[in-house]
Each structure stands twice: as structure tokens, then as C-alpha cells.
Write a protein of this length. Structure first.
Length: 358
């Protein structure tokens, strides 16, 4: 497999595995021979050569598997097998179903309708395309059609470690992938998870949603009465993207709840809050302190602080914490308004593990 710009090995998705297994099973069903390897061109344009394992034959079907490879991405599906069973049926065309270990959709708002196997749109397209190509290569004159059943024997066990139960996908894993390729720590994969959670909540009729960057926000909410913590959506560092998604999906209001160490960055208009993108936490607190006319010596200490909690303690000692937080609040409100662009109402609660709600 090739590597990305950081020298990390790329992998391939469950969707690519399913499409390759379906291609091989269909060819073996038509020809009676064995297929040891399948060439697959992914939607990303990267060519894969995937080995075919665990071949078995029934009276009117062939089953085989492809081993998932995640590259340098910490994917819980790395190394498991994705199987496809190809069988002749009377109904024309290519039918795609989910077998053991493939989840089924139980809530609206996801990529597939309620009741369908959680095999997403692009993997379905890949499977249909590969099976259709094989049928054409083999003469294309078979009566009836082909049913492809995707199986993930490890899926039931592994699904408990994913967002699937919370999203309303029960009984196993999803067959995913928009590019066919797994990129280590893929930002797109994280965004798709956020979008899926928001879509489910919106499809259930909710007009408002709580966003939290991570567990600190959830822990803070658990201490407040009347808050449905399970309804909160984790947005990680993608605060701006999550607000945009919520607006596009038609939410009326977002409540963002997060620790000062993360949300202070919003006071500078920084909406991708990972430290590799931007930090500036102490600089923003010092800038807010400058607006309050805090002493230069105090602000220099803030700039030298290691953590935002340290910086808050310095401001508190100097008697400027409340004033500085007032400025930070105003700047966060300003930039949230800019990002919302009158599409959606966005409010925020910023807290400290030491000082509570700020």
C-alpha cells in the first residue's frame, strides 16, 4: 500500500473488501474456477490487488473473504475478514444484503433507510459495479440475477466498541467508505461520524442539539439537571464544521459546551481547535487581558503559563479573571455569530475544571 504525505501507510475500507470479495465470489460462481486475487480500482483512483481467502462452495453459491487492512490507522476492524456470498436468484439485477455481523438501520437519518443493512451508498455502488463487470466479462447472459450477501463474523462483537449502537445500527458493523481507502486518523471519517449523529437527531424531529468537543463537556453536563447527555453530539476539534453541518441539516439552535482550554480558541476565530492547526490559548487570554487594562507583568505571566488553568489562576490572583472572561465571552459570541451567518442560533457554555462555569 502507498503512504500519505506524513509517511503513514494507507489502508483500505470495509467497502473495498466487500466489493473485492463480491467480485471474486461472482466470478467463481460463473466460471467454476478459483480466484486468488482481485484487482480493484477505488473511487479515490488508487489501484488495489486484494488476496482472496476462505473459499467455499454451496449448491448454488460461492463464499469467500478479504482480510481488512487499516494501514497505520488505529481501526478496530484491522485484520478481520469481510465475506461475500454470491448466489443466483430469479430476480434480475444485483441485490445486496447484509448477513451475520452486518448491522441494520433502526433509526432514520442515516445513509440507508430504516430496515436496510448498514452497507453505505458508495460500497453498494462499488459492489454493484464490480459484480456487473464480472457478469459482463463472463458473457452477461445468465438468467435471473445475483444476490450478494456481505458477512462480517466479528462484527457483532466489535460493534459494541463503535458508535453504531448509539446511532441506531444494531446487530453488527457498518460497511463504510467513500474513497475506498483508509487514511490514518482520517479527518473525513471523524466528520462523517459527526454528520451521522447530527442526521439521526434531526431525523427524529429535534430542532436543537448540544455539541461537546469531548468527554470534559459530557462530564460537565452530567452535573446539570434536566440535560439529556446521551443526546449530545461529540464534535472533537471540528467545531466549525459541526456548526455548518447543523445549519445545513436544518437545526434551529446549537448549544456548544466545552472546557476553556478548547473554546478559548474561538475567541480568536479558530474553529478547528487541534493544536497542530492553531494554539494561541495564552495569547488570546493575554489579548483579552489587555482590553481590561490588566498590568503588563500579569499578562506576561499569562503568556508564560503552561495550561489555561494556570493562566486562569494567575488572572484570579490579580483580580482580573471575571473581567477577562467577560471579554473572552464577547469575542466568542462575535465569532460564533460570524460562523452561524444567520443560518442558525449558536450559544456556548465555557467552563473550567477549577472555576466551574466561566
Amino acid at each position: 500500500m502507498p503512504v500519505n504525505g506524513q509517511g503513514l501507510r494507507l489502508g483500505y475500507t470495509t467497502g473495498s473488501c466487500a466489493a473485492a470479495a463480491a467480485s471474486a465470489a461472482t466470478k467463481m460462481l460463473f466460471t467454476g474456477g478459483d480466484v486468488e486475487q482481485v484487482r480493484l480500482l477505488t473511487p479515490k483512483g488508487i489501484e488495489l490487488f486484494l488476496d482472496i481467502d476462505h473459499i467455499s462452495r454451496g449448491e448454488n453459491n460461492v463464499r469467500c473473504g478479504v482480510q481488512k487492512y487499516a494501514g497505520d490507522d488505529p481501526d478496530i476492524t484491522d485484520g478481520i475478514y469481510i465475506y461475500a456470498v454470491a448466489e443466483r436468484v430469479e430476480t434480475p439485477g444485483v441485490q445486496i444484503e447484509g448477513g451475520v455481523g452486518v448491522g441494520h438501520v433502526t433509526r432514520p437519518g442515516l445513509d440507508q433507510p430504516v430496515g436496510q443493512a448498514a452497507i453505505n451508498r458508495v460500497p453498494r455502488q462499488m459492489i454493484t459495479q464490480e459484480v456487473g463487470r464480472v457478469i459482463k466479462e463472463c458473457g452477461g447472459h445468465s438468467p435471473g440475477g445475483i444476490r450478494i450477501t456481505i458477512e462480517i463474523p466479528e462484527g457483532i462483537r466489535l460493534a459494541e466498541k463503535t458508535f453504531n449502537p448509539r446511532l441506531g445500527i444494531e446487530g453488527g458493523l457498518s460497511v463504510l467508505g467513500t474513497s475506498g481507502i483508509v487514511e490514518p486518523m482520517s479527518e473525513e471519517a471523524i466528520k462523517e461520524t459527526i454528520r451521522a449523529q447530527l442526521s439521526v437527531r434531526r431525523a427524529e424531529g429535534h430542532r436543537d442539539v448540544i455539541l461537546v468537543p469531548g468527554n470534559y463537556g459530557l462530564d460537565f453536563l452530567r452535573k446539570r439537571e434536566g440535560i439529556d447527555v446521551d443526546a449530545a453530539v461529540k464534535c472533537s476539534n471540528f467545531i466549525g464544521d459541526a456548526i455548518d453541518m447543523a445549519a445545513v441539516l436544518g437545526f434551529a439552535e446549537v448549544l456548544l459546551v466545552g472546557n476553556i482550554g478548547k473554546l478559548v480558541k474561538l475567541s480568536g476565530g479558530i474553529f478547528q481547535t487541534h493544536s497542530k492547526q492553531a494554539d494561541a490559548r495564552m495569547e488570546l487570554l493575554a489579548a483579552a487581558g489587555l482590553r481590561t487594562k490588566a498590568p503588563r507583568e500579569l499578562l506576561l505571566r499569562v503568556l508564560d503559563a503552561v495550561t489555561t488553568e494556570d493562566a486562569l489562576s494567575i488572572l484570579d490572583e490579580g483580580g482580573y479573571l471575571e473581567a477577562v472572561m467577560g471579554v473572552v465571552k464577547e469575542r466568542i459570541a462575535f465569532y460564533l455569530g460570524m460562523r452561524a451567518a444567520k443560518r442558525i442560533r449558536v450559544r456556548a457554555i465555557v467552563f473550567s475544571s477549577v472555576y466551574g462555569e466561566l
